[in-house]
Design a protein around this ligand. Sequence first.
Ligand code: PLP
Length: 405
Amino acid sequence: MSNGTARSGGATVCIFAVMRMDMKEERRVDPETLAAQGTQASEADGSVVPPLTPSTTFARDTHYALLSGSRSYARDHNPTFEPAEHLLAHLEHGKAARLFASGMAAATAVVQTLAPGERIVAPRVMYWGLRNWLLRFSAQWGIDVALFDAADPDALARAVAQGNNTRLVWIETPCNPTWDVIDIARAADVAHARGAKLAVDSTVATPVHTRPLELGADLVMHSATKYLNGHADVVAGALVTAHEDDWWQRICEQRAEAGAIPGTFEAWLLQRGMRTLFVRVAAASASALAIARRFEDHPRIERVLYPGLASHPGHGVAARQMHGGYGGMLSLRVKGGPEAALAVANACRVFIRATSLGGTESLIEHRYTIEGPESPIPPDLLRLSIGIESTRDLIADLEQALERA
Ligand code: PLP
């Protein structure tokens, strides 16, 4: 017995909603239901939660055939990865998904499929760790990188048109930490017209709000460290593909050969965290919108950057491609420059001063201090990752911090 079926008094019953869905016994269940139940248990002994399998190696029979049929060694195949991979593929409406050691491991596996002489187009403001690595790696590897301004809706098409050999368009939307919004469907048209692939870092939007593959993207990437796991206790990454093609095969080989895999326990924790993805993201998004609205006209705030605000230049595109909310991330530009911004962060009592995002606890960060003088980020910007605390407490904390600072 396997894959979510169990015997009950001689009859086989399906215990997972996705299995019933696949068997066409019932209407398609909503993604919230898939996430809450998971999509798979590897051994259906009736356990509702998938097991954790620590084995790094898998036995063969006397004919030297693998007993499991395919699993040989845990760097290539790990059964504990599968519940999270299957669930993510379902949620993103993709063909397949793979977990990675981190978001960076997932992103770099994609870029490393390019050959010297090929070209990548990516936003100038994006997750800075990836931008920095991309610039360094491309110089060493002989890849041409063109950066475009995500706040300008025509800049991507111009950047792609300026080179001959664009193989990959990499976008992040909303872009961390200015939350500029990139039109995924338009980016897919631009990339495909030149024979390039479109990969989308959808860490901030999550599959709760956006499904890039449905809009034409070829690949979705997540830092699973953030919302997917959601409890600030796992570092992991994930890729989901629209096509099981040669490119996907190369990415999977890159993961297995470079060993860019998460630990077994981390993968197990990740599938556990994903069960509450929808409720966490909905709560964070609702709070973020309330906070953005509350501080938009505050006398000490220069600007609130949040795609859910009608005043945000990307709001129209966000309203089209994001569903059910605009995410839990926003930034405040504080009047008085970097010193004033740092003073506000220091005066917070509920928000925690720390990097990262997507956990249950709200974080506040002065990105310019972290990124340094080369950063394209405005020095007066505070990035807020909204958690699932009481919205009233978060608003009261920012109000007192703005008053005291
Ligand atoms: N993408 C985004 C939008 C991020 O914010 C981060 C990390 O902060 C990453 C990718 C990299 O993920 P990880 O830290 O899991 O490697």
